[in-house]
Design a binder for this molecule. Structure first.
Ligand SMILES: [Zn+2]
Length: 133
């Protein structure tokens, strides 16, 4: 396996790699390079290109941050809507309950009043029939 030597464009340290390798890392500055070979490659006509890994990572982090923020906002809005709906439904349910209770109490009072009147009438009739004897 042929060994190729190049200098790191960044720190000028020696870069050694075997022909065929496509990724190398500078042992001195840790920068990563992609190796590009000439099509009709006879003697080492090799180019090395810095891989913008750091830039890509930073870009990914930025994208992830935006996604996280959007995700948080969506979840927050969703939760807020659910809470609002729950409150509205609870208030409505309580109002229904109060109204029904009021109606039942009113109807009970009416029944009691009616019973009272009927009782009074029956008593009056009894007293009248007693007098007539
Ligand atoms: Zn280097």
């Amino acid at each position: 396996m042929k060994i190729v030597e190049k200098k790191c464009p960044n720190c000028h340290a020696n870069l050694e790699f075997k022909v065929g390798e496509s990724d190398i890392r500078c042992p001195n500055c840790r920068r990563e390079y992609a190796v590009e070979y000439d099509k009709d490659f006879v003697d080492p006509e090799v180019q090395i290109k810095a891989k913008d890994i750091q830039l890509k990572v930073l870009d990914d982090i930025a994208k992830a941050r935006v996604f996280n923020r959007v995700f948080f906002v969506v979840v927050f809005i969703f939760t807020a809507v659910i809470i609002c709906i729950s409150i509205v439904m609870a208030v409505r349910g309580y109002e229904d309950y109060r109204q029904t209770k009021e109606e039942m109490e009113q109807s009970q009072q009416e029944h009691e009043a009616q019973f009272e009147r009927m009782w009074q009438e029956a008593e009056d009739q009894y007293n009248k029939s007693k007098e007539s004897f």
